[in-house]
Write a protein that binds this ligand. Structure first.
Ligand code: 3PG
Ligand code: MG
Length: 399
């Protein structure tokens, strides 16, 4: 892999694609800075070499043109503090102001460009837009693992303008390393924990994991599609009607392959989708009409924790319940604690996906698991075996 370690940035302007798509609250404060912290070593390496850094990123999914809530200006103070310097800001990622600021940038300085997605050309992978961006720097660094599954102007197309000067940052390198570790030579017992609302997002990865894991623990909203497929009464729990048959097939596939697929035996149920709802515990197969399962129950918690504690490799993607509501966060917390416990006793644990990573961060466990991925969709696609355009653009000469 061509990484920043193989490059001397002295006197160079490095155009660095980062994934600073971070959550902001109503006052534009950063509520989870994991992705910013992750990018620090790459930026620091360039500065230490005597280079200048031009940062580019998207933030959110703006519909048409600039929108205050998606402005990267909200990150300037955080970055200035991190690097002990006044980070410069260009109100537009292309055009005369960006060109001037880039030209005047001195070694040791950092310039942040405004949200790339304020231009529709970014997501279209427009070559002319990519070329305009490319003129700002001497070397292209891609460290945006979280966006590596997008074939956008700044993540992939731009690489063609730097045939001999394109490298990956440390985030990209570490992410690929960790993902390969659970796909290629995982130590057993190997347990995958899959949560979240929808099976449809996870089908391919679940199928892929069937050939690798010993245990597959199901949680979150998608549990109830499995429960229904298994003949249970799920009340008004979330269900993907068109995926019930698929869930049956996955259950059968697990049996054939000798994978211990577990569906939560019990659930925390509520009479409405709210933290103020009436709450009860029930067998997941016998949920009262009009009630819904919003978290795994106490027995499921214990069974899952037990399996996790006896594992040597753990992959976790997606929360076990409606983690944002305190009444339905217990299952996710219990799983997180078990993962931390197993890690302490020598297991390797990879936390992937936006929500499970957020949960682990929120609980303060990020340093007590082996690796927290900065990628949700990108990690899943990589593990599904897909080529990530952001990676291919750096690794292939003919891209
Ligand atoms: C993410 O958070 O999923 C990445 O930053 C990519 O964003 P996108 O899903 O809007 O392309
Ligand atoms: Mg996404």
């Amino acid at each position: 892999m061509r990484t920043v370690d193989a490059y001397n940035f002295a006197g160079k302007k490095a155009l660095v694609r980062v994934d600073f798509n971070v959550p902001l609250d109503a006052d534009y404060r950063i509520t989870d800075d994991t992705r910013i912290r992750a990018a620090v070593p790459t930026i620091q390496k360039i500065l230490n070499d005597g280079g200048a850094v031009i940062l580019m990123s998207h933030l959110g999914r703006p519909k048409a043109g600039p929108e205050e809530k998606y402005s990267l200006r909200h990150l300037v103070d955080r970055l200035s503090k991190e690097f002990n310097t006044t980070v410069k800001f260009a109100d537009d990622c292309v055009g005369p102001e960006a060109v001037k600021l880039a030209q005047d940038l001195q070694p040791g300085e950092i310039l942040l460009l405004e949200n790339l997605r304020f231009h529709k050309a970014e997501e279209k992978g427009d070559a002319e837009f990519a070329r305009a961006l490319s003129t700002l720097g001497d070397v292209y660094v891609n460290d945006a693992f979280g966006t590596a599954h997008r074939e956008h102007a700044s993540t992939a197309v731009i690489a063609r303008y730097f045939p001999n000067d394109k490298v990956m940052g440390y985030v990209m390198h570490a992410e690929l390393d960790n993902a390969r570790r659970v796909m290629d030579n995982a130590e057993r017992p190997y347990t995958a924990i899959m949560g979240g609302a929808k099976i449809s997002d996870k089908i391919l990865i679940i199928e892929k994991l069937m050939d690798r894991v010993d245990n597959l623990l199901i949680g979150g909203g998608m549990s109830y599609t499995f429960v229904k497929a298994d003949g249970g009464q799920i009340g008004s729990s979330l269900v993907e009607e068109d995926k019930v048959e698929l869930a049956s097939r996955l259950i059968a596939m697990a049996r054939e392959k000798g994978v211990n697929l577990m569906i939560p035996v019990d659930s925390i149920i509520a009479d409405e989708f709210s933290n103020d709802a009436n709450v009860d515990t029930a067998l997941s197969h016998h949920i009262k009409p009009l009630w819904m399962g919003l978290d795994i129950g106490p027995n499921a918690r214990e069974m899952y924790a037990d399996v996790i504690r006896n594992s040597k490799t753990i992959l976790w993607n997606g929360p076990m319940g409606v983690f944002e509501m305190s009444n339905f966060s217990v299952g996710t917390e219990a799983v997180a604690e078990a993962v931390v416990d197993a890690t302490r006793r020598g297991a390797y644990s990879l936390i992937g996906g936006g929500d499970s990573a957020a949960a682990v961060n929120q609980l303060g466990y990020a340093d007590r698991v082996s690796y927290v991925s900065t990628g949700g969709g990108a990690l899943l696609e990589y593990m599904e075996g897909k080529t990530l355009p952001g990676v291919a653009a750096i690794e292939r000469d003919d891209y």
